[in-house]
Design a protein around this ligand. Structure first.
Ligand code: AMP
Ligand code: MG
Length: 312
């Protein structure tokens, strides 16, 4: 049995002591709950992969509590610094060359000479990392391939007994993973659509982001086609539910099912997405999902839905 604990000075200290011993602690972030361990400790990282049941050792995102911590791990170009100053703390992950002073172990980086790094906005996550004093890696705190957790209870449902402690920070406000931008190629490239809208980044940078697949040197290791997968069969872009299907709506409708956002608000839909998928998945084996516009946060929502619907 893994305990779920509210965040306070005592539980933060306990969590940091687990991290120091190579343990695993689930922590809230503004995106989804992360499964944190000492990024410099390969045994801890191996334990983390095992707990998640990851099919392969894809590289993980290092989470930091300060700019100083970030700059010890990664080499920041001017563009990288500008992005970090503007979007951190927050749900933007930067892929940068690894610094010589870096402490994040090879296993956590899959042996790459680059590092994915971000400073989370959730104060509980930053307090934990600051108290621990070093970066943690923190992939989503779910069994590999399952739906990402946006509540402490979701973590317990997937990882009970496999992690040392679950810190409860309430529901995740963004509900969808960070946007990943690589700054190691010729042009800034979008590796994963996420909680920071692509168009916001593009107008900040003053140029369009290259996309994975456009150029040979752009790769997003570990971006599996099938991911976030419920057991239920998903039918996307549906106009209406068919007999036997549970309905996941978006915008006003008269079907009376679950609705991501009756007002058609994409931020609300992102925050609700994973929790509603989990709920519908326990009640039904077929889910029809309404059309979600592919603009703004809709890009990240549609990316996650496509992976949730994909069958190998
Ligand atoms: P998550 O599962 O949310 O922790 O996201 C990890 C993702 O970050 C991986 O699936 C990769 O796509 C991406 N990533 C991490 N490190 C790197 C890197 N050095 N280069 C490119 N992508 C990376
Ligand atoms: Mg995940």
């Amino acid at each position: 049995m893994t305990a779920i604990a509210p965040i306070n000075p005592g539980t933060l200290q306990l969590a940091a002591s687990f991290l120091r011993k190579g343990g695993l602690v689930a922590m809230p972030t503004e995106t989804v709950y992360g499964l944190a361990c000492d990024a410099s400790n390969p045994d801890a990282v191996a334990r983390l992969y095992a707990a998640k049941g990851r099919p392969q050792f894809n590289p993980l995102i290092a989470h930091v509590a300060s700019f100083e911590m970030a700059q010890a791990e990664a080499v920041f170009s001017e563009a990288a610094l500008a992005l970090a100053r503007n979007f951190w703390p927050g749900p933007l992950t930067l892929v940068l060359p690894v610094a010589q002073t870096g402490t994040v172990c090879d296993l956590a980086r899959s042996g790459l000479d680059t590092i994915a790094i971000r400073m989370p906005a959730h104060p509980g996550a930053r307090s934990l990392i600051a108290g621990f004093g070093r970066p943690v890696v923190a992939p989503s705190a779910n069994r590999s391939g399952h739906i990402s957790p946006t509540l402490a209870d979701h973590v317990k449902a997937d990882l009970d007994g496999k992690v040392d402690l679950i810190l409860d920070g309430g529901p995740c406000t963004q509900g969808i993973e960070s946007t990943i931008v690589s700054l190691v190629g010729d042009r800034p490239a979008l590796l994963r659509a996420g909680a920071v809208e692509t168009s916001v980044l593009e107008s900040f940078l003053g140029e369009p982001l290259a996309r994975a697949g456009e150029e040979d040197d752009i790769s997003a290791p570990g971006q599996l086609k099938s991911h976030y997968a419920p057991n239920a069969h998903l039918r996307l872009n549906a106009d209406a539910p068919e007999a036997g299907e549970a309905w996941l709506g978006f915008g006003p409708d008269t079907f009376g099912g679950t609705n991501l956002s009756p007002n058609g608000n994409l931020a609300e839909a992102a925050a609700n997405l994973f929790a509603m998928l989990r709920k519908l998945d326990t009640d039904s084996d077929r889910i029809a999902v309404a059309h979600i516009p592919d603009e703004g946060l809709g890009e990240a929502i549609n990316d996650r839905l496509a992976r949730a619907a994909h069958r190998e």
